[in-house]
Write a protein that binds this ligand. Structure first.
Ligand code: HEC
Ligand code: HEC
Ligand code: HEC
Ligand code: HEC
Ligand code: HEC
Length: 269
């Protein structure tokens, strides 16, 4: 690991600590951050539109809201108020030493999203990124400052940028990806419904195993072994369909019991 990388990692760690403190203490910690103060200046809207847009994307993003500040991803010194001292070097994407250089992005995002990064490392995508040859990185699918998890339609469009008839690189993949993403959303919807039932009857942990499996599949996606991931969703959905029948039977039984005891009350009077 180069000394520069180590500095970035140390500042990442500090930023995580400060980030969590920031969530607890609210604005004071953020106000002391020179990156945020300078980049957030409204005058950039006129002077440097691109700079302004980057800040706007970060603000209100899942990272912004969770205290992951500029320095956590870009490095630099958030205590220095003068630009070159704050940047501490060339932070541009084009600089192979920068944290946001194409080949360095999996390591950057993976410093916090470790499970995802180790699943990703097993994929052909990671192998291509490593040799700087056309594989998608984390930001290809999630965006950089304002990260999101793509819907089934959007995910197909992202895969299709590289997997299509013109490139001949597995053109069936986009369709498969949106199918798997739909299975994923169906499992989530099923699980949500069933968990609500068990919570209502005082058993909030009843489906903890299924919740764990779903979380693991979200990470396993990053191997891009679509058959395996889809198989995982199918098992969850099948199990939940059986649960659904059970729940419906239990509801019918409960309604019958309630009706019987009502009838008993009436004849008892
Ligand atoms: C005093 C204002 C100021 C401060 C403080 C500041 N920046 Fe910048 N930053 C700029 C300007 C202006 C640019 C546009 C490019 C240029 O002029 O160098 C920029 C550009 C950037 C870029 C784009 C890459 C590049 O070099 O052009 C990144 C990334 C960046 N800043 C991150 C940060 C981070 C992280 C911090 C805090 C550690 C920070 N900035 C602190 C003003 C500032
Ligand atoms: C979760 C990590 C992350 C955070 C937090 C983050 N950035 Fe970035 N940023 C990136 C990545 C990755 C890129 C490169 C990909 C791109 O341009 O979309 C980037 C690109 C940029 C660029 C353009 C760089 C270039 O060379 O053109 C600027 C400017 C920038 N960020 C500023 C900021 C500022 C200011 C903040 C805080 C308000 C911030 N970023 C927070 C990850 C992050
Ligand atoms: C300093 C730590 C840190 C770094 C670096 C970081 N993240 Fe995050 N990320 C978080 C935190 C904290 C959250 C919000 C809580 C959560 O969902 O785990 C988050 C949330 C996310 C989410 C949303 C997850 C969801 O369930 O909605 C995505 C997607 C994401 N990050 C992608 C990225 C990408 C891509 C990068 C690199 C450009 C990156 N992260 C870099 C800490 C980090
Ligand atoms: C080719 C597209 C693609 C790439 C590249 C990619 N992801 Fe994802 N990512 C996805 C999809 C699709 C999901 C949604 C899975 C789900 O919800 O079941 C996801 C989900 C996530 C989540 C949410 C996981 C959770 O537990 O809720 C995080 C965080 C994340 N990705 C981070 C990353 C990071 C970090 C990288 C780079 C190492 C990366 N992704 C690379 C497509 C991608
Ligand atoms: C930036 C380009 C790019 C994007 C976007 C992209 N891929 Fe890929 N993908 C590649 C490359 C390059 C390979 C390696 C092809 C090879 O070696 O045969 C690959 C290989 C794969 C493989 C392995 C195929 C096999 O059978 O060996 C799968 C699966 C895959 N991608 C899924 C996806 C999915 C799903 C998405 C969208 C969520 C996606 N890819 C988005 C470039 C991309």
């Amino acid at each position: 690991m180069s000394p520069r990388k180590r500095v970035v990692h140390l500042s990442l760690w500090m930023a995580v600590v400060a980030g969590f403190a920031g969530v607890a203490l609210a604005s004071p910690v953020v106000a002391a951050d020179s990156c945020v103060t300078c980049h957030g200046d409204a005058s950039w809207a006129v002077k440097n539109k691109k700079l302004f847009d980057y800040y706007q994307q970060w603000q209100g993003s899942v990272h912004g809201l969770n205290g992951v500040t500029c320095v956590a991803c870009h490095g630099g010194n958030a205590a220095a108020t003068e630009k070159s001292a704050a940047h501490g070097g060339d932070l541009a994407e084009s600089n192979p030493q920068s944290a946001i250089y194409y080949g360095n992005i999996p390591e950057l995002c993976g410093s916090c999203h470790q499970g995802v990064a180790s699943a990703f490392a097993q994929s052909k995508h990671a192998a291509r990124v490593k040799v700087l040859d056309g594989g998608p990185t984390c930001v290809t699918c999630h965006g950089s400052l304002n990260t999101e998890i793509l819907s089934p339609l959007k995910i197909a469009a992202v895969c299709e940028r590289c997997h299509n008839d013109a490139t001949g690189n597995h053109p069936a993949i986009p369709g498969r990806a949106s199918e798997v993403r739909r299975d994923d959303m169906m499992s989530e919807a099923f699980l949500h419904w069933a968990v609500a039932y068990y919570e209502a009857i005082g058993q909030p942990q009843a489906l903890a195993a299924e919740q764990g499996q779903l979380a693991a599949l979200r990470v396993a996606w990053h191997t891009f072994d679509l058959d395996q991931v889809q198989g995982g969703y199918e098992v969850i959905v099948k199990g939940l369909r059986d649960r659904q029948k059970e729940i419906q039977r239990a509801k019918v039984e409960a309604a019958k019991r309630a009706a019987r005891s009502k009838a008993k009350d009436k004849t008892g009077k």
